[in-house]
Design a protein around this ligand. Structure first.
Ligand SMILES: Cc1cc2nc3c(=O)[nH]c(=O)nc-3n(C[C@H](O)[C@H](O)[C@H](O)COP(=O)(O)OP(=O)(O)OC[C@H]3O[C@@H](n4cnc5c(N)ncnc54)[C@H](O)[C@@H]3O)c2cc1C
Length: 306
């Protein structure tokens, strides 16, 4: 690697000062799992690395307005095992559990992953399906970006060089909601997805009609993709297998994967449809099973003693 300076600021104020000093020659480093590889490959050559690891309070996970706020420096593993995340939005913990190996998840951070913006990553489809937002902070203040507007191209985002991801926010889902994330891994268990799909569905009170649906996919384009036309097919419609199949067809039409060693474009397109359908089925099954369980676990009426 080429020589570089290494800064370890203790507060965001100090990070902003370092960023101002080095400008676009500097790179933030969090877990380093993506950046160090890129530096070794000489794809990036920063003259200064600004480590976020000593900045206090940037890895907090807490409740906010009924939803969850997760600090940009929280590791994938912290999200995966957080009892708060598991209780509130198990789908999120489950999705982060799918990333690579425990060794990678122990280092990789939520903010680092999003800023890296590899379209093959697992968390973005789930975060899009959950309607999450990203908080980007700089010396000039903060702005909140809906996550589906965050990614612009391969490894590209709307982040400005002076901005830091300080938080993501995952809103509370309405009652009657559930979700699923599926990662198609035909090669090895710790690989990137060949195709991934996340679905969050909200059923009406009878559990027979879709009140709302959000669907997103990974590894099928230059960015993670929200399948809006597939969602529209289901909204307000009865929960029926043919509706799920129609939505899967729309999702298939929305994606444009590249051919690579994980599969041809045509194969990935086909799998996008299959995995969207399965994710929807799993999300619905989770909700209807919950209803059935609630029914059967109701205490039996007491018998009168004679
Ligand atoms: C072997 C291996 C397997 C992997 N497999 C998977 C997988 O299966 N699924 C998956 O989803 N991912 C996978 N990953 C990718 C992994 O998720 C990313 O490498 C990781 O999320 C990057 O996070 P980091 O904290 O290490 O970022 P870093 O490497 O520290 O930084 C990455 C980029 O983000 C910038 N950055 C870091 N933090 C911030 C911040 N807070 N604000 C703004 N910019 C910031 C850096 O400047 C850099 O450009 C794998 C990685 C490895 C090494």
């Amino acid at each position: 690697m080429i020589a570089f300076e290494y800064r370890t600021p203790k507060s965001l104020k100090e990070v902003y000062a370092d960023l101002r000093e080095f400008g676009t020659d500097a790179k933030l480093i969090a877990g380093g799992t993506a950046l160090v590889i890129m530096m070794k490959q000489r794809l990036v050559r920063p003259s200064c690395l600004i480590s976020l690891r000593a900045v206090r309070g940037l890895n907090n996970i807490a409740q906010k307005d009924g939803g969850l706020k997760i600090g940009g420096l929280a590791t994938h593993r912290e999200v995966e095992i957080s009892s708060l995340v598991r209780r509130r939005t198990a789908l999120l913990a489950e999705t982060y559990r799918h990333v690579a190996t425990i060794r990678v998840r122990n280092m990789a951070t939520v903010g680092g992953g999003l800023a890296h913006a590899d379209p093959n990553q697992d968390p973005p489809p789930t975060l899009i399906a959950l309607g999450a937002t990203v908080k980007a902070s700089s010396a000039d203040g903060s702005r909140v970006i809906p996550i589906e507007e965050f990614f612009t191209d391969y490894y590209e985002t709307v982040l400005k060089p002076e901005e830091i991801i300080t938080e993501i926010y995952v809103p509370k889902l309405p009652a009657g909601s559930g979700g699923a994330f599926l990662k198609f891994l035909p090669r090895t268990a710790d690989d990137y997805a060949t195709v991934s799909a996340a679905a969050v569905v909200t059923l009406d009170r009878s559990k027979k009609t879709f009140a709302d649906v959000r669907i997103a996919l990974g590894s099928v384009g230059t960015t993670p993709i929200r399948a809006r036309e597939a969602e529209a097919v289901l909204r307000g419609q009865p929960v029926k297998p043919e509706a799920l199949r129609e939505a899967a067809e729309k999702a298939k039409a929305a994606v444009d994967p590249i051919s690579d060693f994980r599969g041809s474009s045509a194969y990935k397109k086909e799998m996008a449809g299959v995995f969207v359908r399965r994710a929807l089925e799993k999300a619905v099954a989770g909700l209807t099973a919950r209803k059935a369980k609630a029914k059967t676990s109701r205490p039996a009426p007491r018998r009168r003693r004679r």
